[in-house]
Design a protein around this ligand. Structure first.
Ligand code: NAP
Length: 285
């Protein structure tokens, strides 16, 4: 699929704008299968995390695909239980082993709590030693984003957050734009929310372009400049989701979809609740 688009990050590397997310794909076998299917369909970008407990499946899928390592973009994320001076470097080495690779294209701090400043500094060291090419943040929507920007020697390349037509993140985009930080959308299909998927505007445009509602939403992300990696384990959805590079929404159609923005998140925990709840979880190595 040569017509896939890329985004040039603020460190000069080019990330495929579209990929496969593997959140909630249970186990390494199921993950390997989804990754193999996606790579066979032309995907060249996989988004995983230590917390998903399936990095080994990602590494195995890429190896088994026969593609050269540099043809596939791997993003993974560090969990707060691994934040800390020296601790984070050890965690990165273990992650490289799980992914069965000698470098990670993009490494993110998964959550905005714990010893995140120390972890950022360790990630900068990993860039210097070549273990990681680009570094970024996930879920840093509070002023902890600015705390990182102040201490960073290497500015974050991306910020990965919930983003879909009901929650378009226009305010956050304004905050990150001066730093050249790209926005990555999680829950790009609203985590398969029926109300979102069945919005009349998507039905109408799907009919016009002979696409599905999900494809219209994904195309809107691409034209909005978002990096996007919908998750699926179904062959037909994996195939369908990447088939969005042969048509374009008009400016008026983009504007009409932009009207759906209603500040509606599907993940609604406050920062304090996230900190209390998520810090209970410690991923296995
Ligand atoms: N950084 C973070 O904290 C964070 C949080 C959440 C997610 N993420 C990342 O973002 C990725 C995507 O998020 P997500 O998986 O939660 O939500 P999502 O991609 O918005 O939605 C996934 C759901 O949509 C369904 N689906 C996929 N393609 C479809 C299609 N063409 N038509 C209809 N339904 C379709 C999938 O079911 P089927 O399997 O049946 O296709 C699945 O139930 C994750 O995998 C992960 O990489 C990051």
């Amino acid at each position: 699929m040569n017509n896939q688009t890329t985004i040039t990050l603020n460190n000069g590397t080019k990330i495929p704008q579209f990929g496969l997310g593997v959140f909630q794909i249970e186990g390494n076998e199921a993950t390997k299968k989804a990754v193999l299917e996606a790579l066979a369909q032309g995907y060249r970008h996989i988004d995983t995390a230590h917390a998903y407990q399936n990095e080994r499946g990602v590494g195995a899928g890429i190896k088994e695909s026969g593609l050269a390592r540099e043809e596939v973009w791997i993003t993974s994320k560090l969990w707060p239980s691994d934040y800390g001076t020296a601790k984070t470097t050890i965690a990165i080495d273990k992650m490289l082993q799980r992914l069965d690779t000698d470098y990670i294209d993009l490494l993110l701090l998964h959550q905005q709590f714990g010893a995140y400043k120390e972890a950022w500094k360790e990630m900068e060291l990993a860039v210097a030693s070549g273990k990681v090419k680009a570094i970024g943040l996930s879920n840093f929507e509070s002023n902890r984003l600015e705390e990182i920007l102040q201490i960073a020697t290497i500015q974050p390349a991306v910020l990965q957050v919930e983003c879909h037509p009901y929650y378009q993140q226009s305010g956050l985009k304004k905050r990150i734009e001066p730093f050249g930080i790209a926005l990555e959308s999680w829950y790009p299909l609203g985590h398969a929310n029926e109300d979102l998927l069945n919005e009349p505007i998507f039905q109408q445009l799907a009919k016009k372009y002979a696409k599905t509602n999900a494809q219209i939403i994904l195309r809107w992300h691409i034209q909005s400049g978002n990096i996007v990696f919908p998750r699926s384990t179904k062959q037909n959805h994996i195939q369908e989701n990447i088939d969005i590079f042969d048509f374009a929404l008009s400016n008026d159609e983009m504007a009409e979809i932009n009207q759906l923005d209603q500040n509606k998140r599907f993940f609604t925990l406050s920062l304090a609740e996230q900190e209390a709840q998520l810090s209970q979880f410690i991923p296995e190595d």
